[in-house]
Ligand binder design. Structure first.
Ligand code: COA
Length: 150
């Protein structure tokens, strides 16, 4: 399994896994446009010849925001999402950024467990943030300087 920067040839597989993973997925065109976004980093975990997982982040001068992250069901529970986030944190730290944040459904126990195991902590809650179905979002943030676990 290799973690690489997403390229044009990954778009189709990423958008298929995105559509299979979320009720309001990023469209193929939106994902493609991220390749030209200078404030975005998208990584893929490749299990040749296929895709095992991916993560997309947009960042600003201080920190980054996880837009989406998913692992193919056939590859879950093997540390792939953790490896993708860990690599993303390294890349953001190399840019001297200080934090990584994300929104997650309170019902998404697997994702919350993943983030907490990496040192993310809840910093807020957004009422009715999600649709299909409507649900609050928990706002979790990892502050790199305090991080000891990833
Ligand atoms: C959440 C998701 C990305 C996890 O991917 P993954 O590659 O299976 O996760 P990892 O194998 O890296 O798991 C790392 C840690 O996360 C936690 N975790 C992952 N899946 C879990 C589950 N089903 N139940 C409980 N904890 C879980 C565990 O702490 C695990 O560490 P451990 O294996 O040492 O116990 C995956 O389930 C997924 O793609 N879900 C659908 C998309 C999604 O919900 N994305 C997140 C949006 S906020």
């Amino acid at each position: 399994m290799q973690i690489c920067t997403m390229t044009d040839s990954d778009i189709s597989a990423v958008s298929q896994l995105e559509a299979a993973s979320f009720s309001t997925p990023w469209s193929e065109n939106s994902i493609r446009s991220e390749l030209d976004n200078p404030w975005a980093i998208w990584l893929v975990a490749r299990d040749e010849p296929g895709l095992a997982g991916y993560i997309g982040v947009q960042y600003g001068p201080d920190g980054g925001d996880i837009l989406t992250v998913a692992t193919d069901p056939a590859f879950r529970g093997r540390g792939i999402a953790k490896a993708l986030i860990r690599r993303m944190v390294q890349l953001l730290q190399e840019k001297n950024l200080s934090w990584l944040t994300l929104e997650v459904r309170p019902s998404n126990c697997a994702a919350i467990s993943l983030y907490e195991s990496m040192g993310f902590r809840q910093v807020g809650r957004r009422k009715n943030y999600y649709r299909c179905p409507t649900e609050d979002a928990l706002l979790l943030t990892l502050y790199f300087k305090e991080d000891r676990s990833c």
